[in-house]
Write a protein that binds this ligand. Structure first.
Ligand code: FES
Length: 167
């Protein structure tokens, strides 16, 4: 097996595997909601690596597939509720795109529970906590995705070799 195909991308804490979930959160509502959960000292799994974007409408499909192809076990997209987007209709694009993205990634062999889209307002720290807790449990039950290896085994992709990405 090539060296680059064996690298471990998920986390291990105390020898126990835990998933890596990439969370794209819009700045105005969902990121503030996550912040509210932290400020209120709510306890939830620390498995989500948060990437702050200005609007959930900014999250194009390539960002999601790139996260999976770079080793994420799950991807979460959160934005303002419909009617609350600070760019008026950015989340209308999100609402239209997410079901399509779900179909595409399922077609690529990624289980549905590995991808989640939620509306989380700045005041919904509790909801953010519940979403992260539930998603982490579901992705943990599925186990590591290791999509780069999966694609490599199928004869496509570059495994964990990041040279094609310029790294
Ligand atoms: S600013 Fe939050 S979804 Fe557009």
């Amino acid at each position: 097996m090539p060296e680059h195909a064996t690298s471990q991308v998920s986390r291990t804490e105390s020898g126990v595997w835990t998933p890596r979930i990439v969370g794209f959160l819009c700045y105005w509502c969902s990121y503030t909601g996550a912040d509210a959960a932290g400020t209120a000292r709510m306890k939830y799994p620390g498995n989500v690596d948060i990437i702050r974007v200005m609007c959930s409408g900014r999250v194009d499909p390539e960002l999601i597939t790139t996260a999976f192809s770079r080793g994420a076990d799950g991807v979460l997209v959160c934005g303002c509720h419909i009617g609350d987007c600070h760019y008026i209709n950015g989340n209308h694009k999100t609402m239209a795109r997410m079901p399509l993205i779900r179909k595409v990634i399922e077609g690529m062999g990624i289980e549905p529970d590995r991808f989640r889209h939620e509306w989380v307002s700045a005041a919904e720290g509790e909801k953010f906590k519940e979403v992260v807790t539930d998603m982490t449990a579901k992705v943990t039950a599925l186990g590591p995705l290791n999509w780069p290896q999966l694609m490599y085994d199928r004869g496509v992709g570059h495994g964990h070799d990041l040279k094609p990405w310029g790294e």
